[in-house]
Design a protein around this ligand. Structure first.
Ligand code: SF4
Length: 368
């Protein structure tokens, strides 16, 4: 069995090593016995996975949109009943309706694949062209689940991430989104021969602004219904793309003035960031450095308290016990159980090879 480090594990490691040590499948792998509170971000993401499901992209809205709303409600219903859940259902329902109203005025792509699992060998940064191995010689893999792969009118591929946010992220935060860039590298490794042009950060504002203005009546592409490009169109459509040639390494980097474009409509802000080859390669090396550190037997698991993440942490009680110099064993035994050995995601319609349009691989270049 390979040694797998998921994007979630990496985020936890960078956030707080103590939290990572408690929860990562390769560490103590503990999961709270108590059911998790409602996750509005997760529910909206699940709804958008149906909204952008490639196999239904050309279907009429009156058939698809009820399924989108149902996906949202299904995820919210999985959380235990509480006042918080009731409030989040109301808030999320409003948010989703705003999204459905405004997204067609922004969507200028065609969805190709949703919720796709990708993985890549982690490089050993101590040696060129070698992959990292664990101390027991197992392969070390970085894994991620990509929310949406889209193609634009120029037949470029983009990795799209959805984010429900209390306020818009500043542009620097999005430029420095290491997880999104790592997803570009991992995708290209999983689907050899494809080239990712960059990332699209699809922010959805919660709560909605007081004044949203009139709902646009036209779609960005002129296509009726949900807009975007049809699966059947030669440009921006998924079915008729013959090949997706990967740029040669010596190809010049994209012009910097085209690197970032940003648009806002209603509750949505779209930031499209072109990622350079150097940026994707740097991300690959960063993952290599961090995973090498995770594998260090001398690693210390110091806490990194912060009001940004401690309130959502499942391990507050044992963490406080340890901070006071106590032994958290009793608390851990009574309130936690072993978690799954791999990251858990609800299987989705069309996820992980079960759907979505095939991303074609270019044929090998004949020898000259
Ligand atoms: S409560 Fe905060 S400091 Fe403690 S483990 Fe969780 S995230 Fe880390």
């Amino acid at each position: 069995m390979d040694y797998r480090v998921s994007a979630q594990d990496r985020a936890a490691f960078k956030r707080c090593r103590r939290q990572w040590d408690f929860g990562a499948p390769t560490r103590q792998n503990l999961q709270a016995v108590d059911p998790l509170p409602p996750d509005l971000n997760r529910a909206v993401r699940d709804a958008l996975a149906v909204y952008y499901y490639p196999g239904m992209w050309d279907w009429q809205s009156h058939i698809v949109l009820p399924l989108v709303r149902k996906a949202f409600m299904r995820t919210m219903a999985a959380a235990p009943p509480s006042d918080q859940r009731t409030a989040d259902v109301d808030l999320g329902t409003e948010l989703l309706e705003h999204y459905i109203a405004w997204a067609p005025s922004l969507d200028d792509f065609c969805p190709l694949m949703i919720e796709t699992d990708v993985e890549s060998l982690v490089p050993d940064i101590r040696e060129t062209d070698r992959a990292l191995s664990a101390s027991d010689a197992r392969r070390v893999l970085y894994t991620d689940r990509v929310e949406l792969l889209a193609i634009d009118a120029d037949e470029e591929l983009w990795i799209v991430t959805h984010l429900v946010v209390p306020e818009w992220h500043d542009i620097e935060t999005l430029l420095l989104d290491e997880a999104a860039v790592a997803a570009c590298w991992t995708w290209e490794h999983e689907y050899l021969g494809t080239s990712i042009a960059g990332t699209i950060h699809n922010e959805i504002l919660l709560p909605p602004p007081e004044s949203l203005g009139p709902v646009p009546t036209d779609t960005r592409t002129g296509r009726p219904g949900r807009g975007g490009y049809s699966q059947n169109e030669p440009s921006g459509g998924g079915r008729l793309i013959a090949h997706l040639p990967r740029p040669e390494p010596e190809e010049p980097e994209p012009a910097s003035e085209n690197r970032v474009t940003q648009e806002t409509a209603g509750v949505i802000r779209r930031t499209r960031i072109r990622r350079s080859r150097a940026e994707i390669e740097t991300s690959r090396r960063h993952v290599g450095v961090e995973v090498l550190e995770m594998l260090d037997p001398e690693l210390t698991f110091f806490p990194a308290p912060s009001p940004n993440h401690c309130p959502q942490c499942s391990f507050v009680a044992p963490c406080l016990t340890m901070t006071e110099g106590g032994d958290p064993a009793l608390d851990l035994a009574s309130r936690f159980r072993p978690g799954p050995t791999t990251p858990t995601y609800e299987p989705r319609l069309g996820a992980s090879g079960g759907g979505g349009r095939y991303v074609p691989i270019p044929p090998p270049t004949p020898p000259t």
